[in-house]
Ligand binder design. Structure first.
Ligand code: ZN
Length: 221
């Protein structure tokens, strides 16, 4: 039997769209919450909105642009270069505590619409040094949120232990590989689908897809 109601933290990217499709299988009713934190491209928000519309789920946009006042980073400060982290440093797109804030706001929203379940695409496997994407943090926050609102929230992290290839595999298992490939936006230059092909995000995404396709071919041989 499907569980009741879930809120999906949704950005219109590959990971959160896969989570949304997963949630649609698991829950009777699904709502999305998307954060406007001054992304490099407003196109991300348009993309999330379009996907929510196509999948016929409610779309709730939260204005979090105040995050710009908290910390400078390449995702929100458009004059900064997007760079990979070198020698164990965090990439220039790092926003400290971002997932912590997003999940906490999502939980308040979930409370307001009577949803017990919260779904997020955070992932420890290639978490690029973001401490608030780790499983231990999410479990700890779950306890904190329950105490904060006297609720029994359940935070679901279907991608927590998956690598990029396995995330594509999950999309495929949900019969949505081409949907995720074509509709989502992960590119730092704001290009949907396979993107610009040049930025770190596009490269990572394509690497994962190629890896999954190769594995699938080998299995079918
Ligand atoms: Zn790109």
């Amino acid at each position: 039997m499907k569980k009741d109601k879930a809120v999906v933290v949704f950005s219109g990217g590959q990971d959160s769209t896969t989570c949304l499709l997963w949630a649609l299988k698991e829950f009777k009713e699904v709502a999305t919450v998307t954060f406007d934190y001054g992304q490099r491209h407003y196109e991300e928000i348009n993309c999330a909105k379009d996907i929510a519309k196509e999948l016929e789920v409610s779309f709730h946009l939260l204005d979090m642009t105040f995050m710009n006042q908290l910390s400078p980073n390449a995702l929100t400060h458009h004059d900064m270069e997007v760079e990979d982290g070198v020698d164990g440093e965090l990439p220039s797109t790092f926003v400290p505590g971002r997932n912590h804030l997003f999940l906490s706001f999502a939980a308040v929203y979930a409370h307001s619409i009577g949803a017990k379940h919260i779904v997020t695409g955070v992932c420890e496997t290639d978490y690029s040094g973001y401490p608030d994407c780790r499983d231990q943090f999410v479990k700890s926050l779950n306890v904190t949120l329950n105490l904060a609102m006297d609720q029994q929230f359940v935070i679901h992290t279907p991608l927590m232990w998956l690598n990029k290839a396995e995330t594509w595999e999950l999309a495929d298992q949900l019969n949505a590989l081409s949907f995720v490939r074509e509709r989502t936006l992960t590119c730092y230059h704001g290009v949907r689908g396979d993107g610009c092909g040049e930025c770190p995000s596009c490269k990572l995404r394509m690497q994962g897809l190629k890896q999954y396709e190769n594995q699938k071919e080998r299995r079918e041989e």
